[in-house]
Design a protein around this ligand. Structure first.
Ligand code: DLL
Length: 435
């Protein structure tokens, strides 16, 4: 039995007891030390004494990214700077940075959350982990690094950049685990295919720990096929700690480290909790954070949660579905809600395309929104014959329209024209000016 199995197979009753104790303490701590959240509780008329168990969590007000930005840089910190040992920040798509401070215990908990995720994927201390998440203010690199060390693995801290050298080190050192974004994993797989001096048979990769951006199951298959490994989906966000908040066990669902980060899913409009299995906005409450405790933090990520024993691995900690989109990357085009991930799922199924290499461009012409999908053709099927291109364009058009329910302009691009990036790949350019 793995080192962390006990906590991940706890009975519901024991877990709720632990969560209740921790929530009571966390809310009291936040109320006493976090001025901004105390003001919210006062405004909502809730006192720490009103919170007696985890069931009372719905009495508490939400926290949003806006609150964190308003209090930039350190207004949400709940302890003096002498107790903070690390600061991370995430830029998001707009506006100011969101800063998070960690005490040593916060870092230890986060490392454990990542190490538990590795255990779920079957990583052991015999593994050599190659980390190509960015090291820096982004939590990917350092999160994987300390989680891997805690697990006892040999960690290779490569960070991003210089793909040729990354591949050489991965091969020479015999890396068995690769940690990076799914976009970069695919990029690496394609780079191996293109290089006549490299063959995937000379690599020892067996497990991929990929996350930080939404990716479709089709993309997962492609990565597994190119890198000859089993790909796992790791989720997390800097506000709550970083990667390792949840991890999939082989089935599609991700196990949440719910004794540390308590998840709820709420209806996007009413903000009322929804039943298990119903999709809504994911909300997290940290149960043991000292630097920046966050109560009912609205992630904007869309998913559902399910309780009960996992039919795949037998663990009892709650599961969340893969995050396929965010409330803020949902595009509303001519009144229809469209997620980039829906389009990706349709594109990756078409063999004649390099379906993961796509970019969505939204414009407004007069009063009408237009959506253009730029997608690369697969080099194997690449043709510059107008007849062939037109036939493929029609096929893509048909698949996409049936997936999203609206028509889009399909632009087929030559291989290499829509590149993936080393970090999170930008999938949408929205040029609409909304007056
Ligand atoms: O992306 C932390 C991370 C690093 C997770 C490495 C996994 C691996 P942020 O930069 O704060 O933190 O961005 C968090 O990224 O709210 C989601 O929208 C998205 N995200 C993260 N993991 C996944 C995933 C890191 N597995 C935001 N699937 C989150 C889909 C993900 N979206």
């Amino acid at each position: 039995m793995g080192k962390y199995e006990q906590i991940m197979t706890m009975s519901r009753e024991d877990m709720e007891k632990l969560q209740s104790e921790r929530l009571v303490a966390e809310v009291k701590y936040a109320y006493e030390n976090q001025k901004a959240y105390r003001a919210k509780m006062d405004e909502a008329g809730v006192k720490p004494e009103d919170i007696k168990s985890i069931k009372d969590i719905t009495k508490l007000p939400f926290t949003t990214k806006h609150d964190l930005r308003e209090n930039y840089p350190f207004g949400f910190f709940a302890c003096p700077m002498k107790d903070i040992v690390r600061i991370h920040a995430s830029s998001g798509t707009t506006g100011k940075l969101t800063t998070v401070g960690y005490t040593q215990r916060d870092l230890d908990d986060w490392s454990e959350a990542f190490a538990r995720s590795l255990e779920i994927a079957g990583v052991t201390k015999d593994d050599i982990i190659h980390i190509s998440y960015g090291y820096g203010l982004f939590t990917g690199g350092l999160g994987a690094h300390y989680g891997g060390e805690l697990m006892g693995c040999a960690v290779v801290p490569c960070s991003t950049g210089n793909t040729q050298r990354q591949l050489q080190l991965m091969k020479d050192f015999g890396a068995t685990v690769l940690c990076c974004t799914p976009s970069y994993a695919l990029f690496l797989g394609e780079a191996i295919e293109k290089d006549p001096n490299l063959s995937i048979d000379n690599f020892k990769l067996r497990i991929g720990v990929f996350g930080a951006e939404p990716w479709s199951l089709g993309m997962k298959e492609k990565i597994e096929e190119k890198l000859h490994l089993k790909a796992y989906d790791i989720y997390g966000l800097s506000e709550i700690s970083g990667p390792g908040v949840s991890m999939n066990c082989g089935a599609e669902e991700l196990h949440v480290q719910e004794d540390l980060f308590y998840p709820e899913v709420v209806d996007v409009n009413t903000l009322e909790p929804v039943p298990d299995g119903v999709r809504g906005e994911l909300v997290f409450t940290t149960l043991r954070k000292q630097g920046v405790p966050l109560i009912r933090y609205r992630t904007r990520d869309l998913c559902s949660i399910t309780h009960g024993v996992c039919p795949t691995c037998g663990r009892t900690i709650v599961r969340m579905s893969r995050v396929t989109g965010r409330t803020d990357d949902m595009l509303i085009i001519r009144g229809v809600n469209v997620f980039p991930s829906q389009i990706e799922s349709a594109l990756v199924k078409i063999e004649e395309l390099n379906g993961s290499h796509y970019l969505l461009v939204v414009e407004r012409e007069g009063l009408l929104d237009t959506l253009e999908i730029r997608v690369e053709m697969n080099p194997k099927y690449f043709s510059d014959q107008i007849k062939d291109i037109e036939k493929l364009r029609k096929k893509v058009d048909h698949e996409v329209t049936s997936a999203i329910g609206i028509a889009a302009k399909i632009t087929l691009c030559a291989p290499g024209e829509v590149p993936l990036s080393e970090g999170k790949t930008k999938r949408t350019i929205d040029n609409r000016v909304i007056e």
